[in-house]
Design a protein around this ligand. Structure first.
Ligand SMILES: Nc1ncnc2c1ncn2[C@@H]1O[C@H](COP(=O)(O)OP(=O)(O)O)[C@@H](O)[C@H]1O
Ligand SMILES: [Mg+2]
Length: 313
């Protein structure tokens, strides 16, 4: 029996709670299979009115596996709480988590250091539609700056569709990102402990205009291609770009970088996810499996990485 006790922290109160429940359940089961002592912590779910501070203070554990997605589980808040408690945890520290969660801030930074990301405008509060129509090229993508899982995102083909897309995104965040739509292929690159894994190409069925929430979680018609079909040279370029994007914002432990490729072959980084999905059809486990790591191997590696980093300090 393994002596390490892992608190698997999942649930939470973001829009991605349901996905997190699935991730957390699978992570906890995998760790138990590997002989770890596991405590399930369903944030805001377990003990009714209790808050995360009480929930985490009430238990004895050595390391936390953060299986939360979105909101305070991915934006550095829970990471800061665990830091204050002196507990090691999987994934990035508070600062990198918070930075990466803010798509607009991250894109501004990437533009500054030469990491290609689609042209965009960001609005806090009031959106200047005239400015969008004057300076940007349709089609566009409108997104809440700090959400995940394609929540609140729409593709906009012309100015007449813009108001509805803005209303949709504003339901989730006061900061709105309006980005030029890249027509082409979509890839996602898994990074584990500072190493980029084989990219996966996401090919949604024809009916899905973008890889949206339904396509991701409900439909079974999205194809995941691994190997992704790029030449060795292009695949290497994509992995290096993803790793550079991940490192640039100070990510650690693991992450997943979403990238588009326009028809001229050029890559455009969309975002880095610091607490990616770990469900049965999630992308990180898929990339790990392709590299010969089982789901259990993957989970164990992430826990060991968290412990090793905490020793290094
Ligand atoms: N600029 C863009 N061009 C084309 N497709 C995009 C663009 N931005 C987002 N998408 C599509 O929307 C999906 C979700 O966008 P993303 O920025 O990754 O946000 P999140 O995954 O956090 O919801 C992407 O996986 C992609 O399919
Ligand atoms: Mg994404």
């Amino acid at each position: 029996m393994n002596q390490v006790t892992v608190a698997v922290v999942y649930g939470g109160r973001s829009a991605e709670r349901q996905v997190s429940l699935e991730s957390g359940t699978m992570v906890a089961a995998a760790l138990r299979e590997r002989g770890y002592q596991v405590i399930d912590v369903d944030l805001y779910g377990d003990q009714g009115a209790e808050n995360p501070i009480q929930q985490l203070s009430n238990i004895q554990f050595d390391v936390a596996f953060i299986a939360l997605h979105g909101g305070e589980g991915e934006d550095g808040t829970i990471q800061a709480l665990l830091t204050l408690m002196g507990k090691p945890f999987t994934g990035s520290k508070p600062l990198a988590s918070g930075f990466a969660m803010d798509k607009a801030l991250t894109k501004q930074f990437w533009q500054g250091i030469g990491i290609p990301t689609p042209a965009y405008l960001c609005f806090e509060g009031l959106v200047d539609e005239a400015l969008i129509n004057k300076t940007m090229q349709y089609p566009l993508i409108v997104k809440p700056s700090r959400e995940g899982s394609t929540i609140g995102i729409s593709k906009v083909d012309g100015p007449e569709q813009l108001p509805a897309a803005l209303v949709m995104a504003q339901r989730y965040d006061s900061d709105i990102l309006v980005e030029e739509y890249i027509t082409g292929k979509e890839y996602t690159v898994t990074v584990i402990a500072d190493e980029a894994y084989a990219p996966i190409r996401l090919q949604p069925s024809a009916e899905h205009v973008l890889y949206d929430y339904d396509a991701k979680y409900l439909a079974n018609d999205t194809q995941y291609l691994i190997p992704c079909g790029l030449s060795n040279e292009k695949e290497q370029e994509l992995k290096e770009l993803a790793l550079a994007a991940y490192r640039s914002v100070g990510c650690e432990g693991w992450g997943r970088v979403d990238v588009m490729q326009s028809e001229d072959g050029k890559f455009w980084v969309l975002e880095v996810n610091t607490s990616p999905g770990m469900t049965s059809h999630s992308l990180v486990p898929m990339a790990a499996k392709h590299a010969g790591l089982s789901y259990q191997d993957l989970v164990e590696r992430l826990v060991q990485d968290a412990l090793a980093r905490s020793v290094k300090g």
